[in-house]
Write a protein that binds this ligand. Structure first.
Ligand code: NDP
Ligand code: GDR
Length: 328
């Protein structure tokens, strides 16, 4: 039975990846931080077969301990401060967790493997935010990185550290440059879930309107369930490598609003959406669209959920959840 260690187990991707690996017969270990993590119950309920180990990406000794218990064949480093807007307000913490945390994980992996680095494979959750002020359209593995936020800068550090461990030590280390991926499990701070929750609440008469920031930014949005499958495929390759994972389509926040409101029968949302500079970013990433050709060719990966199907899935989930919570 292969063994996997996942950091970020309480997050959106951690839960989908744990389900995928358990379904493939893996023994799965998840790193959870804090002495009383509020998501502990959710993880226990969703993936009861995962063994939880306490640890924090900023604490190398806790990671070494977790490796000792998990004895993993595969390591998936998904833990991070992942909310871009928050990273300006907590830049140093973001550097410590999202950036240096990757180095701590690589080092823990190297120490665990000892003389036999072939016994473990490493996945790093890199991001399309590294492309930032894009230097090429669409973005591919070779596109120059130009991050626009403390989060993006920290991810660039983690990306190059992963490549460096591959080149320095011959580690089977892969960096997945994943474009935005969403699901009913997406945190409500991200724009897709913020919109689908609000659309459900407006439809049910629980909320009057929604306040957003920049409506013109464009993102390449896919379904998280598809993207964790790409992570697993990377670690099944003979060598570690870097891969862009994306749909190859881009949509603006306005189009997201069009599709989400239309799904509940509202065609004109102009009176229901407000804008507030509070939600604007000091430096915006205007356009992201990925070229997933390498992932398609080498990993045999492709997205299975379209943009409109994804938005419909999320709105339907939020309608059901809001009905349950409100009794309407
Ligand atoms: P989430 O924000 O849902 O999850 C982040 C996870 O990181 C949580 O489990 C969180 O735990 C954990 N974490 C935060 N700080 C620490 C720490 N100090 N030590 C250990 N764990 C910590 O993110 P997603 O699931 O959406 O994303 C997974 C990864 O993929 C992240 O690295 C993200 O940056 C990256 N990524 C995501 C994309 C997306 O569109 N979703 C696209 C590209 C990259 P806790 O619950 O305790 O806070
Ligand atoms: P992003 O996701 O920054 O791309 O990072 P987010 O959903 O936060 O923003 C997407 C775009 O929407 C615009 N926007 C708003 N965003 C939020 N959160 N709230 C608003 O009210 C709002 N109004 C407009 C933003 O300005 C932005 O242009 C996500 C995270 O999952 C990262 O961890 C990951 O690396 C990248 O995707 C790829």
């Amino acid at each position: 039975m292969p063994r996997a260690l996942i950091t970020g187990i309480t997050g959106q991707d951690g839960l989908y990846l744990a389900e995928l690996l358990l379904g493939k017969g893996y023994e799965v270990f998840g790193l959870i931080r804090g002495q009383n993590n509020p998501k502990y119950g959710l993880v226990r309920e969703t993936v009861p077969d995962v063994t939880l180990l306490t640890g924090d990406l900023t604490d190398l000794s806790s990671l070494v301990r977790a490796f000792g218990v998990a004895q993993p064949d595969e390591v998936y480093n998904l833990g991070a401060i992942s909310f871009v807007a928050y990273s300006w307000e907590n830049a140093s913490l973001t550097a410590d967790i999202t950036g240096k945390g990757v180095l701590n994980m690589l080092e823990a992996t190297r120490l665990y493997a000892g003389d036999d680095l072939s016994k473990v494979r490493f996945y790093q959750a890199s991001s399309s935010e590294m492309f930032g002020k894009v230097q090429e359209v669409p973005q591919r593995e070779s596109t120059l990185l130009w991050p626009r936020s403390p989060y993006g800068v920290a991810k660039v550090f983690g990306h190059y550290m992963t490549i460096n461990y591959r080149e320095s030590y011959g580690m089977h280390a892969s960096s997945g440059i994943l474009f935005n991926h969403e699901s009913p499990r997406r945190g409500p701070e991200f724009v897709t879930r913020k919109v689908t929750q609000a659309v459900a609440r407006i439809k049910l008469g629980l909320q009057d309107d929604i306040t957003l920031g920049n409506l013109d930014a464009k993102r390449d949005w896919g379904f998280a369930g598809d993207y964790v499958d790409a992570m697993w495929r990377m670690l099944q390759q003979p060598e570690g490598d870097d891969y862009v994972v994306a749909t190859g389509e881009t949509h603006s926040i306005r189009e997201l609003l069009d599709v989400a409101f239309a799904h509940v029968g509202i065609d004109d949302w102009s009176g229901l959406v407000k804008q507030d500079p509070r939600f604007m970013r000091p430096a915006e990433v205007d356009l992201l669209i990925g070229d997933p050709a390498k992932a398609k060719e080498k990993l045999g990966w492709q997205p299975t959920v379209s943009f409109s199907e994804l938005v419909a899935m999320m709105v339907d989930n939020d309608l059901a959840e809001q009905r349950r919570l409100s009794g309407r």
